[in-house]
Design a protein around this ligand. Structure first.
Ligand code: NAD
Length: 512
């Protein structure tokens, strides 16, 4: 079916694939900042048209994109597997969830962002007021490699639904995934509202400085600081989705078997390369031994490999293998015990081009106990198939321990009686109760962290508003008998105003 909107005057029907590495591109230049500037320019030219078709027009076209993504799910998942090494089923899961979010954002944008009346007050009874959320314009999105569809789509889909156009820089480890998303958008919508720019840090830096109206960054906290510094030069607002060190708390009354299963899946799936992955298990002393035994049983059944039947794929980022091994080795040297897996050496001589062939790239699950106080593995992101299990005296101790890290992204609590109460006390943006990572799959729920995990939100109503600004309008309905906002105001008017404020907010006159 031909879209009634596809014929609209969307300029320059071209997918903005921009390359680095010296090759000439569709834009005829290989200078990263020039390439990015051109992509942002094209996105800016297109944006007024995208905004002008309104919520209904965008929903129509975003629904077509959703259908295109759904039809190509298997193909996209295969690209993700090729680039990250993750099992095909895991790739399908992230694509499916991204599609769910896109549907929700397109459907809910009018009610969340559209103009609505807001109340007045007695003092301002002559004014009628409305608020609506207008698109910033062009949004830059910088994505990571670990969930190269689900994560950036949390910014891209929500920004587009709000009426923005987008320039997306995928991770240099997942360029084809990023290109697939832009190409599918082009097929479905036929306009360059979603541009893709490829390259490493210098292309990301160029995007920060290219005059985008807001930048959505997902990646490590260290890079986030550089991104903020670059954006600060032009006062470009930023959304930061940084790293995490999430804890799963097991209370004394918890379903231990369920908690152990959740800890192992939450910690090991995607080979532990999950920002909201479980990295620490904090078990109440009353059930600690039981929890360790159950986790050992569960983790012992999980196998990493390069074949299609493996539960876990390889470590995508070559240098991460060394970091994971160093953290384990340091903890073991300080007294930690390995209860699942082998204590590895620190060999990290791994080639970047051996993702799906080099067995050195796969790390088998590791579970550690008796962690020495102050070990890096307790506070730094490990980002591998490794979990630590610590004993805590009670729930207060568990909360204090979970909160004693700089990160504050997600987490989980297993408790029959105290789940929601403990969830509220955890200093993190999201917590699952008797479930793990569930919050990521609910489009209504905002996604994001506090502290070193960043600020701002993707997903949900907050995620839609993140890419728009509030526009407030106050319209005078009638001339007020007493007006404070002109130079004709006299002492009598000031007195009336003072009396009105006192009646409304001060001591009652008859009591004075
Ligand atoms: P990274 O910080 O190395 O890179 C992220 C992106 O930033 C890449 O596209 C990279 O090319 C770009 N980049 C690098 N240097 C840059 C610079 N100076 N200026 C601008 N852009 C620059 O992160 P990664 O290794 O790709 O991803 C893993 C990290 O992402 C982990 O810390 C993980 O926890 C985090 N993450 C967070 C979330 C979340 O929602 N909070 C989701 C997924 C991943």
């Amino acid at each position: 079916m031909t879209s009634p909107y596809a014929d609209s005057p969307a300029p320059g029907h071209r997918t903005g694939a921009v390359g680095t590495g010296g090759e000439r591109t569709a834009y005829g230049t290989s200078d990263p900042s020039e390439l990015v500037t051109r992509a942002v320019g094209l996105a800016r030219e297109t944006q007024p048209w995208w905004a002008s078709i309104g919520f209904a027009g965008r929903r129509h076209l975003l629904d077509r994109w959703r259908q295109e993504l759904t039809a190509g799910m298997d193909d996209l998942a295969a690209v993700v597997r090729r680039e990250t090494g993750k099992p095909h089923g895991d790739a399908m899961l992230e694509v499916g969830l991204a599609i769910e979010h896109l549907a929700w954002a397109a459907r809910k944008a009018p009610s969340v962002l559209g103009r609505r009346r807001v109340g007045s007050t007695l003092l301002a009874a002559h004014l009628a007021a409305t608020v609506e959320y207008l698109p910033y314009g062009v949004i830059g999105v910088i994505g990571p490699w670990n969930y190269p569809v689900f994560t950036p789509m949390g910014s891209i889909g929500y920004a587009l639904a709000g009426g923005n156009t987008v320039v997306f820089k995928p991770s240099e480890l997942t360029p084809q995934t990023g290109q697939w998303l832009a190409d599918s958008f082009e097929r479905a919508v036929g306009s360059p509202c979603l541009q893709v720019v490829q390259g490493e840090a210098e292309v990301g830096e160029a995007l920060c400085r290219a005059g985008v109206d807001k930048l959505g960054f997902t990646g490590s906290t260290a890079t986030a600081k550089k991104v903020m510094a670059a954006c600060a030069e032009t006062l470009t607002p930023v959304l930061i989705e940084g790293g995490g060190k999430d804890a799963l708390i097991v209370d004394e009354d918890a379903d231990v078997a369920a908690a152990a299963q959740a800890a192992v899946w939450g910690g090991m799936s995607n080979a532990g390369q999950t920002c909201i992955g479980v990295e620490r298990v904090l078990a109440h002393t009353a059930v600690y031994d039981e929890v360790v035994a159950a986790i050992v049983r569960e983790a012992g059944q999980v196998r990493a490999g390069l074949d299609v039947n493996a539960d876990l794929g390889p470590i995508t980022l070559p240098k991460q293998v060394g970091i994971i091994r160093e953290q384990i080795t340091e903890a073991v040297t300080g007294g930690a015990r390995v209860v699942v897996g082998d204590a590895p050496g620190t060999n990290d001589g791994i080639g970047a081009d051996s993702l799906l062939t080099d067995p050195e790239r796969t790390l088998q699950p590791v579970v550690l106990v008796d962690i020495p106080e102050g070990a890096r593995i307790q506070v730094e992101e490990t980002f591998g198939p490794v979990i630590t299990v610590e004993r805590v005296a009670d729930l207060n101790d568990a909360v204090a321990s979970a909160n004693a890290v700089g990160y504050g992204l997600g987490g989980a609590v297993y408790s029959r009686r105290h789940g929601p109460e403990v969830a509220r006390r955890l200093r993190s943006g999201m917590t699952s109760v008797n479930n793990v990572i569930g919050f990521a799959g609910l489009p209504e729920l905002p996604f994001g962290g506090v502290g070193d995990s960043g600020f701002g939100r993707i997903h949900g109503a907050d995620g839609l508003r993140e890419f728009c600004y509030a526009k407030s309008v106050a319209r005078q309905r009638f001339t007020p008998p007493v007006s404070m906002t002109n130079f004709q105001r006299r002492t009598r008017t000031d007195g009336i105003f003072r009396a009105a404020v006192t009646v409304l907010h001060g001591k009652r006159p008859w009591r004075s």
